[in-house]
Design a binder for this molecule. Structure first.
Ligand SMILES: [Cu+2]
Length: 381
């Protein structure tokens, strides 16, 4: 059957391209746009347990917990200097952008970067850390001037500024968001990614430079890039910080730790020489907090809740476990998920069971070391 002149394939191409770019027409996202974020790497004194006690047992530290909370040979306690990503209102980097109450739980994680498929993310980055740092994104598109990772890739010096931005210097990272950065049709309305410093990948991430990124399908996005089919979003990082591998380790040991009583150096790790290893140097955190100190994981019965889980670098896997409710993750109904190093996972929950529920890592040493929190399911509206 012959198509009318106006519907011949050649005339359909612009329409098909438009539909492809829009990931299906509809939604409230409007035309593709450039979303600009002002992000600095700042150094702060971080407290892994601001409540000063375990909020899981509501008690002072027991003998297992205490060494992780107090400084000792070759390890820091509750306090450490960390480098973290923080969002500012504009390019003067004078005013921190307030974090909305519903995102207070992000803790040590950098600002949530969001976009819709077809958009471009533009990050104006200012490095105020005391060491060179970068922003290396997962999932989105980048050219060599926006990859944020130094290695011998044959590129010209102009394409290497992003690899390790010196202290006090700004760099603009440009990350287009093509279809392959968005969710698959089976996946739902959002895809989850992360970004982190990759100048000294191990040292920088252990120092704290890591953050989340959510990409929404165009036909399921509101104007602010949030998904139309989700009531509550939560991001939880299963973040192990090995303080002996932090770029700030030597300063932390001097300021917040204690030098080793046994001075023999027993290990050379990368370019850093570290002394007798201490298991207490490992901080097994949820968004930078130990033993229930992660606050703000709240929702209501009947909410369409989307959990985004991520892990940090190092040699660890994690087994996130929700008490009280179940999730669907990777097409399976479950209440225990799995995370590999730098792994990312989306899990959907419609809570039917109100109350305060434990949410913890089921890797036994991690649980003992503080990788546990509670989440609150309030009665439905
Ligand atoms: Cu774990």
């Amino acid at each position: 059957m012959a198509l009318p002149q106006s519907l011949r394939p050649v005339h359909l191409i612009p329409l098909l391209l438009t539909l492809a770019a829009c990931n299906g027409a509809g939604g409230g996202a409007g035309a593709p746009r450039t979303r600009t974020y002002y992000v600095a790497a700042d150094e702060v004194v971080w407290d892994y347990a601001p409540a000063g006690k375990s909020l899981i047992s509501n008690a002072e530290w027991n003998d297992v917990q205490r060494p992780f909370m107090t400084a000792g040979d070759m390890h820091v306690g509750r306090l450490a200097r960390k480098a973290i990503y923080r969002e500012y209102t504009d390019s003067t980097f004078a005013t921190l952008k307030p974090r909305p109450a519903e995102w207070d739980h992000l803790g040590i994680l950098g600002p949530l970067l969001r976009a819709v498929v077809g958009d471009t993310i533009r990050v104006v980055f200012l490095n105020r850390a005391s060491f060179p740092a970068s922003m290396h994104p997962h999932g989105v598109f980048y050219l060599k001037d926006s990859e944020g990772a130094p290695y011998e890739d044959g590129t010209a010096p102009a394409d290497r500024v992003d690899d390790g931005v010196p202290t006090g210097v700004q760099h603009i990272y440009t990350w287009p968001v093509p279809e392959r950065a968005g969710p698959t049709h089976e996946q739902g309305s959002t895809a989850f990614w992360m970004y982190h410093s990759h100048t000294d990948e191990v040292g920088d991430v252990n120092a704290g430079l890591i953050g989340p990124m959510i990409i929404t399908a165009r036909n399921q996005a509101r104007a602010d890039a949030t998904p139309t089919d989700v009531d509550r979003e939560l991001v939880v990082g299963f973040l192990e910080f090995d303080e002996t591998n932090s770029t700030l380790w030597e300063e932390n040991l001097r300021t917040y730790g204690k030098p080793p009583t046994d001075l023999k150096v027993d290990m050379v790790f990368g370019e850093r020489t570290i002394g007798p290893e201490s298991q207490f140097a490992f901080k097994e955190t949820l968004n930078g907090f130990l033993y229930g100190n992660t606050k703000g994981l709240t929702m209501r019965v009947g909410d369409r809740v989307r959990w985004y889980l991520m892990a940090s670098t190092n040699f660890e896997m994690h087994a996130p476990h929700w008490h009280g409710n179940t999730v669907v993750a990777e097409h399976m109904r479950t209440d225990v998920a799995g995370l590999l190093p730098m792994g990312m996972l989306v899990a959907d929950m419609v809570p039917d069971n109100p109350g305060k529920w434990l949410f913890h890592c089921h890797v036994a040493p991690h649980l003992l070391m503080g990788m546990e929190a509670t989440y609150d399911v309030l009665p439905g509206q």
